[in-house]
Write a protein of this length. Structure first.
Ligand code: SF4
Length: 357
């Protein structure tokens, strides 16, 4: 089974993936307190144990993730940034990549680097407004020579056949993007950066081909390296049934730049687990487990009590979808209003960081 990291389908057959890919189920022995762990948003890991030990012993580890600059950020991206901030607070050495070269070379819709850089500014402004510091950031096109040399070194450690069997194609733009992604994850372990050290990257399950190949490459490189660790999240799904939240299909996603009317419109049209009639819902209850509105609360509302209340009242038929959607709209618009206010400052910082040098 090939998982396409660029695909747009929702992954639901997790059990099969555990078996087929040999991922370890995320265990409660990793007693980290956060909504992502408490609410089963993290489902699997590769080798997280060694990072967990570093966290418990208050020793440094590398915290590395990134976003390809290919479109506006949405709430799914916010989850990745929230994870990054969590590991930053837990003592990580931080490397948040603004992957503008990756964005250009792997996405046909990005016509040139100028276009990728415009998205890089947009993405970076949001990331800073969500709580990242400019010290946490690296911009792919502004890395030093060591990084680029390292990226080319990596190309010697992977063959066409391995690439094709992992991804099912040999698209040159995506091959280049992948080499950069392997370098993004591994370069902090070079002696010119932090040196050999466990690292953690949070990814969706469909990104597992990257994870496995990155570990394989780390084994083959002529440098002392810890195999990078990964934790896997259930991707937040799109607002419509059977979709992934994607900037390319704006109606599947709440964008971080959405205005209140847009949020209301999208939530009004989103797929719920409600019954066909009010009477049926009052009698039988709704199904929050398949509901996109509930999923928004589950991924983003910080208060466990609010999330539990929505779940329970829905199940008992004591909350109807119209009222629930309005609660969700109010919650999202409150968050977005405060977030977008911070953008006024961070936009200028982001422009300076991307445009200078
Ligand atoms: Fe979803 Fe809320 Fe309707 Fe329940 S009441 S199905 S959680 S929208």
């Amino acid at each position: 089974m090939i998982i396409d990291p660029w695909g747009s389908l929702e992954l639901s057959d997790y059990e099969k993936l555990f078996k087929e890919f040999g991922l370890e189920r995320f265990s409660t022995k990793f007693n980290l307190k956060h909504r992502f762990f408490d609410r089963n948003i993290v489902i699997a890991h590769r080798d997280f144990q060694k990072v967990f030990i570093r966290i418990k012993r208050k020793k440094p580890f590398i915290n590395i993730t990134g976003i390809a600059s290919s479109g506006p950020l949405h709430l799914g991206h916010k989850t990745i940034i929230d994870f990054f901030i969590l590991f930053k607070k837990l003592g990580g050495k931080n490397y948040f990549g603004i992957a503008n070269i990756d964005g250009y070379v792997s996405r046909p819709k990005i016509k040139d680097m100028e276009n990728a850089n415009l998205w890089a500014i947009e993405n970076l402004a949001h990331a800073l407004a969500l709580g990242l510091d400019k010290k946490d950031i690296f911009i792919q096109s502004k890395q030093n020579q060591r990084y680029y040399t390292f990226t080319f070194e990596i190309s010697k450690k992977i063959t066409e056949n391995v690439f094709k069997s992992a991804y099912g194609h040999l698209d040159l733009g995506k091959v280049s993007a992948n080499l950069l992604q392997y370098a993004d994850i591994l370069h902090p372990q070079l002696k010119e950066y932090e040196g050999e050290m466990p690292s953690i990257t949070v990814i969706g399950l469909e990104q597992d081909p990257h994870a496995k190949l990155t570990r394989d490459i780390a084994r083959r490189l002529p440098y002392p390296m810890e195999l990078p660790s990964f934790i896997y999240t259930k991707h937040q799904s799109g607002l419509q049934k059977g979709t992934k939240m994607s900037s390319s299909e704006p109606d599947t996603a709440i964008l971080l730049s959405d205005k209140p009317a847009e949020v209301s419109r999208k939530i009004a049209r989103s797929f719920t687990g409600g019954k066909d009639t009010i009477e049926q819902q009052k009698k039988l209850g709704g199904n929050p487990d398949i509901c996109k509105v509930y999923e928004l609360f589950k991924y983003h509302h910080e208060d466990d009590k609010v999330v539990e209340r929505v779940y329970t009242k829905c199940k008992k038929g004591k909350l109807l979808c119209g009222e629930c959607k309005q609660l969700c709209v109010n919650f999202l618009n409150k968050f977005l209003k405060s977030h977008q206010k911070k953008l006024q400052k961070t936009q200028k910082i982001a422009e300076r960081l991307i445009k200078t040098l």
